[in-house]
Design a protein around this ligand. Structure first.
Ligand SMILES: *Cc1c(COP(=O)(O)O)cnc(C)c1O
Length: 381
């Protein structure tokens, strides 16, 4: 089955009992058992629920993994993954990961005895140098948020395998439509499904996909033990959103290319970060592992222009956190999504106070371009 067909028919695409073409919402906490001490497929909805299983099997098929797991948020998914490790273990983390992941690491997981080294995962030498006797995993994003930096997943996985480390990739920005980390050697993929997979800004959810039976057993155990599961209503909404991923991503990408061209040719823009930038140092890796450039781009206004006036004067593009939805969203990472990172570290990592992140929606291109143009005019005054 090709990917676009899998989006519709992957996992469990129909109800076995009635033939309903959409999976029903099994709004139940428990299930009648036929015999005492049997092994029913479903016994309690924290452990398993048919609607959740439909979305878990769907993402398993899309990422070409062995098993999928759905959580109440991307953050719950990430937290559960980190509980694979124990006090004293060491994990290497990319330096440009989601702000909330840094918060979880710095203020929660270190308290529980996990240790971390932050590196630029694009630099293999830096990774090698960070590996210690107690290192257990490399955790990264590509493209990163908000600077859209690209790491070579194959190269990192090779180093990881040589050193008996797990490679964990947050694939939220690319989605499996553009990139499938498990096929490039990664062991675990994470999604904030609140973004492109859900796709409509109407849900918070997380997904995990693993590439071995052993990891599947471990994550299944932890999902049930910790209990941060996705409920049946949101599971249904998520698999409904995923079905249109291909058409949405195509529309996001087309608009993003048009906006990139527009910004590139406007002298009021000082810098643009975009995976489709052919002059960027990461572009060869983009070509080798990604099937497209996605719908995200970040940029800086030239000095003297007002970031505040720009974002506040936009009419169609909404000033809001989050990304990956049908509507275009703009935000200023230093103040919003990445505000929890200490300023010194944030600036070191290249996230300036002037950086603007744009999640390009699927509105009519001309309307988005006109909105950006009037926003830039307002920022210049
Ligand atoms: C939003 C996001 C998360 C966190 O997911 P939630 O669903 O908001 O908990 C993790 N990683 C990335 C890349 C994200 O954009």
């Amino acid at each position: 089955m090709k990917f676009n067909t899998k989006l519709i028919h992957g996992g469990i695409s129909q109800d076995k009992t009635t033939g309903a073409v959409t999976v029903p919402i099994y709004q139940t906490s428990t299930y009648a058992q036929k015999e005492l001490g049997g092994t029913p497929e479903f016994e309690y909805s924290r452990t398993g629920n048919p609607t959740r299983k439909a979305v878990e099997d769907l993402i398993r098929d899309l990422e070409e993994g062995v098993a999928g797991f759905a959580f109440a948020s991307g953050s719950a998914a990430i937290h559960t993954i980190f509980t694979l490790f124990s006090a004293g273990d060491h994990i290497i983390v990319g330096n440009d990961v989601y702000g909330g992941t840094f918060r979880l690491i710095n203020t929660v997981l270190t308290r529980l005895g996990l240790t971390f080294t932050v590196v630029d995962t694009r630099n293999i030498a830096e990774i090698k140098e960070a590996i210690k006797d107690n290192t257990k995993a490399i955790y990264m994003e590509t493209p990163t948020n908000p600077l859209l930096r690209i790491t070579d997943i194959k190269k990192v996985s090779q180093i990881a395998k040589k050193n008996d480390l797990l490679t964990i990739v947050d694939n939220t920005f690319a989605t499996p439509y553009i990139q499938k980390p498990l096929t490039l050697g990664a062991d675990i993929v994470i999604h904030s499904a609140s973004k492109y997979l859900g796709g409509h800004s109407d849900l918070v959810a997380g997904l995990v996909i693993v590439n071995t039976k052993e990891l599947s057993n471990q994550i299944g155990y932890l999902q049930n033990a910790i209990g941060g599961i996705l409920g049946p209503q949101d599971s249904w909404l998520l698999q409904r959103g995923i079905k249109t991923l291909a058409v949405r991503m195509e529309a996001h990408q087309k608009n993003a290319i048009a906006i990139y061209q527009f910004l590139k040719n406007d002298s009021r823009i000082a810098k643009i970060y975009y995976p489709g930038d052919e002059s960027a140092q990461d572009f060869a890796v983009v070509k080798s592992q990604m099937n497209g450039y996605g719908g995200m781009l970040s940029f800086e206004l030239r000095q003297g222009l007002s970031v505040k006036k720009f974002v506040e004067s936009l009419q169609i593009i909404t000033l809001a956190e989050s990304l990956g939805s049908v509507e275009s969203l703009v935000e200023v990472p230093a103040v919003m999504t990445h505000g929890s990172i200490p300023e010194k570290i944030r600036l070191q990592n290249g996230i300036s106070n002037e950086l603007i992140r744009l999640s390009v929606g699927i509105e009519q291109k001309e309307d988005l371009l006109a909105d950006l143009k009037q926003g830039l005019d307002a920022a210049t005054k």
